[in-house]
Design a protein around this ligand. Structure first.
Ligand code: SF4
Length: 427
């Protein structure tokens, strides 16, 4: 990983008391002006601060309880993003853990709110640990989370594993370090529990691509079909489904359905095509897609294969068909991890969100894992939604009990049926 040349970071308060940070970076530029070689001067305004953090910061600043100290830091970066590329967003979450370094506690005259000013980065894991015990909370993290979030979680897994954990836990609070549909699934399974999502903006392009009303119209056009929905969809779409699946069990789920019934599959068209091939069942597909898995560059993959002729290519089925055609093994995130463990190969080119590389490298330090650049030339295919969760936001939601997932009970009960069917069928 390259280290960006020096990044000068200062923090100042903007109008309305909103805290904002300005970054002047050498190779990460504000709405980046690419100069051809990927270098140049620019500024990045930090605006991805949650409403709650705005409020906490604003109150503390207005009450004179915090002061601002400009500091200089270095931020790891492995991309040269083009204008508007997601690579820039990868920088944003990385700023969060260091923001407290710049915020000086000057006066602590209001104890009731002073506790909401975050501890130093060094204290964050300890503070999160103490809060987790105090509140009887369990922290679940998806493999696509930042490494420091994975490292503090009680359990790390893919969607199916996390769903099972959410259903089984006896904790009072579930902190779901993943995206919104995952936290919703936990709430559907455990309505009596408080389910927190560190950043409510952590959505998913697949869920966004499948609005409930449009899906209802699509279903109405296919009244005789069994509706199988990938878990990456909203609760309102789950409520219209007969069966939920994950990428781990989708083929198995479809194979178990009555042969005489036609099947409608939503929302991921790439996963749907792969399931169709594997199961031999014809599926009517909803045209959704994952912006991360559709972004890998075939050309870059071929170059990597030339550089590492002994490497095996392992791919998530949300990737497009030309990339899947080049893969030695296709499977869900957990299956990719298990395959890397059991394979005799020592080098793997990994076609899924690079957060999984952290677990792969931890479990298999003697093996090499390579991620694949995106089609826009940026070498960071990090999911911009997943990476919105940070240690800072995790700590903050444990302190305040917000943001919590809320759900209409009628929708929840309807959405529970196809999830329960999946859990029973995938035993
Ligand atoms: S990686 Fe793709 S499918 Fe997963 S949360 Fe991000 S956008 Fe959604």
């Amino acid at each position: 990983m390259e280290i960006a040349q020096q990044i000068n970071l200062t923090l100042e308060h903007a109008s309305g008391g909103i805290l904002a940070a300005i970054v002047v970076a050498k190779n990460h530029r504000h709405r980046v002006r690419q100069t051809g070689d990927g270098f140049g001067e620019a500024e990045i305004a930090i605006t991805e601060i949650t409403h709650k953090q705005h409020r906490i910061g604003s109150e503390a600043f207005q009450q004179g309880r915090i002061g601002i100290t400009p500091v200089t830091v270095q931020i790891p970066c492995n991309g040269k993003p083009k204008p508007g590329a997601r690579g820039c967003q990868r920088v944003m979450p990385r700023l969060w853990p260091i923001l407290p370094q710049m915020v000086q506690m000057t006066v602590d005259s209001t104890p009731s709110t002073a506790s909401t000013v975050s501890p130093t980065p060094v204290d964050l894991p300890a503070a999160i640990d103490a809060l987790r015990r105090e509140k009887n909370a369990v922290i679940l993290a998806h493999y696509y989370q930042e490494p420091e979030v994975q490292d503090i979680a009680d359990f790390i897994g893919d969607s199916l594993e996390l769903s099972r954990k959410a259903a089984d836990t006896d904790a009072d609070v579930i902190v779901f370090c993943g995206v919104h549909f995952m936290a919703e699934t936990a709430k559907i399974l455990s309505p009596q529990k408080t389910v927190l999502l560190p950043d409510l903006e952590a959505g998913c392009s697949l869920a966004d691509d499948c609005p409930a009303d449009a899906f209802a119209a699509f279903r109405a056009e296919h009244p005789d079909h069994i509706v199988v929905s990938y878990i990456n969809c909203s609760a309102a779409v789950k409520a219209q489904s007969d069966l939920i699946c994950t990428s781990s069990n989708a083929v198995d789920m479809v194979r178990q359905l009555p042969a005489e019934r036609p099947i409608l599959f939503a929302p991921d068209r790439n996963l749907g095509r792969w399931v169709q091939d594997q199961s031999g069942r014809e599926l009517t597909l909803w045209p959704g897609r994952c912006i991360v898995h559709e972004n890998f560059s075939e050309e870059a993959l071929l170059k990597l294969q030339l550089q590492h002729p002994d490497a095996e290519v392992i791919a998530h089925p949300e990737c497009i068909q030309p990339l899947l055609d080049l893969a030695d093994f296709i499977g869900s995130t957990s299956k990719l991890l298990n395959y890397a463990e059991t394979s005799s190969s020592n080098t793997f080119i990994v076609l899924t969100e690079p957060g999984i590389l952290h677990q792969m490298q931890r479990r298999l330090p003697h093996k090499q894992f390579l991620d694949v650049p995106g089609t826009d030339g940026c070498s960071c295919n990090a999911c911009p939604y997943m990476r919105l969760n940070t240690l800072e936001k995790l700590w903050s939601c444990l302190v305040s009990g917000e943001p919590a997932i809320k759900m209409d009970e009628n929708i929840r009960q309807k959405a529970l049926k196809p999830i329960t069917a999946m859990l029973e069928m995938s035993l």
